[in-house]
Design a protein around this ligand. Structure first.
Ligand code: CMC
Length: 440
């Protein structure tokens, strides 16, 4: 007779519904177990009761890098990596990119529904009211060396905000959390732009709240002596779309960092600083910067075949290609590629586009990439657009972090509100030395 591990079905399984189960026979003991399956998953903790004897700790799962582990239940973002589908709260990314503003999408991601006209007005006002930073934040940013990478400044300044808003540590209070959401969404473009201006030694441009979220960011980045910054509408819209495409992407490395740090009930500024630090790496949000450096290194279309050959021989990676979840063309990359033409009609054509197109053409026909299902991801073309819009390469990961703040905060809120939530604390397989004594 199988031993039933979980006696009662989880509260999420409707009463009367047939319980799907997994039958396991432990060949070490000959015992059989029946484990509930819910939403295509089994609970790792259900395996703990599979033991060889009373002294045995019980079976664990081993999954470095979470290749096949769901770390949470979520209702925010859905990805079907095989089909190249991305939905925020059920809405397809291409429809959101076509019809919405970034602040509408941020609201959707955070609160589950697209805002009504009144809700959008209130939300926009709240965000606008929090675009300014304390003068001491500015002075703190002044302390960085002239050549500091803006992402380093960005990460550090996010963490420093925690000292300006000490009440933010009351993470179990809904009103307090809400206030920090307005502050963080409002302030990230300001901090990002100040980090850039600092690297140029140029005076900081204060927020202009007559402008939209994306336009205001362009103003803080690029305004020089003009009394009023007049954004190019096509470029401002392109930036808005890029913000929408980067707003959330379910349990990626930085979001997992946000949830993991937040699970200790750390305040949202420190948690977001940790998430931004995770984003900075070249395998994640730093990839758009790495793509541009790679295109520079390749230099010309003629050098593409040799570069691809090197990648196949294991000498580096084709940056902006491949994804843990997408085994098809990243839907975000499709939208960006289409948008590139509109942007280049307004700016000079980025000469690196030719190299990128040739790389994509060769890679998509090459058995190495086809067999491994490596397609262009969001970072492959975004950098070319940013560069054409005159954003320096160092700023690319920061540009990713600005909109991702809405996703991090939505996932943080969902994590804190989950009744199953506990401090994130994985197990390990200990393979080191057994107990031994220090020599006398
Ligand atoms: N160029 C060449 N080979 C690659 C690449 C690439 N970009 N990506 C994966 N591979 C190969 C890899 O060598 C491995 O081959 P083999 O099976 O022979 O050992 C196979 O494909 C599977 O790769 P993996 O590293 O096990 O896959 P992963 O899911 O752990 O990594 C990834 C995903 C995104 C880190 C990886 O594809 C990569 O390093 N891409 C380049 C960096 C990049 O563009 N990152 C941005 C990701 S999208 C934005 C975001 O969400 O942050």
């Amino acid at each position: 007779m199988p031993t039933t591990i979980a006696e009662k079905p989880s509260a999420e399984v409707p009463a009367g519904a047939a319980l799907e189960t997994l039958k396991i026979t432990d060949s070490r003991t000959g015992k059989s177990y029946e484990i509930p399956i819910e939403h295509g998953t089994v609970k790792a903790i259900d395996l703990r009761q599979i033991k060889t004897g009373p002294e045995d700790f019980g079976l664990m799962t081993y999954d470095p890098a979470f290749m096949n582990t769901a770390s949470c239940r979520s209702k925010i973002t859905f990805i079907d990596g095989e089909k190249g589908i991305l939905l925020y709260r059920g809405y397809p990314i291409d429809q959101l990119a076509e019809k919405c503003s970034y602040l509408q999408v941020a609201y959707l991601i955070l609160y589950g529904e697209l805002p009504t006209v009144t809700q959008l007005h209130e939300w926009t006002e709240h965000v606008r009211m929090h675009t300014f930073v304390h003068e001491n934040v500015k002075r703190l940013m002044d302390g960085f060396r002239y050549d500091a990478h803006p992402m380093g400044i960005f990460v550090s300044t996010l963490a420093a905000l925690s000292t300006f808003y000490p009440e933010a540590k009351n993470v179990l209070d809904a009103d307090t959390r809400q206030k920090q959401v307005w502050r963080l969404i409002g302030k990230v473009p300001t901090i990002a732009a100040f980090a850039y201006r600092h690297s140029l030694g140029m005076p900081y441009v204060y927020p202009d709240n007559d402008l939209t979220y994306a336009e205001n960011f362009l103003s803080m980045m690029f305004r020089v002596a003009e009394s009023k910054y007049r954004p190019n509408r096509v470029l401002a819209r392109a930036l808005e779309v890029l913000f929408i495409l980067h707003a959330d992407h379910e349990q990626n490395c930085s979001t997992n960092a946000m949830r993991s740090i937040g699970s200790s009930q750390s305040d949202p500024y420190c948690s977001a600083a940790g998430a931004a630090a995770a984003l900075y790496g070249p395998l994640h949000g730093g990839a758009n910067e790495a793509v541009l450096r790679m295109l520079d290194e390749i230099g010309s279309k003629a050098n593409v075949p040799a570069f691809v050959r090197d990648v196949k021989e294991g000498k580096g990676r084709l940056m902006g290609f491949g994804h843990r979840v997408y085994k098809n063309y990243d839907p975000r990359a499709k939208i960006i590629k289409r948008m590139a033409d509109e942007v280049f009609a307004e700016t000079e054509k980025n000469p690196k586009l030719e190299i990128a197109l040739e790389l994509e053409r060769i890679a998509l026909e090459d058995e190495y990439f086809v067999k491994r299902k490596l397609y262009p991801n969001v970072d492959f073309y975004s950098g070319l657009i940013y560069q054409a819009m005159k954003f320096p390469v160092d700023m690319f990961p920061v540009m990713f972090a600005i909109p991702r703040m809405s996703g991090w905060l939505a996932q943080w809120e969902e994590m804190l509100m989950s009744p199953e939530q506990k401090i994130a604390r994985p197990r390990q397989m200990y393979l080191g030395a057994q107990r031994r004594n220090v020599p006398a």
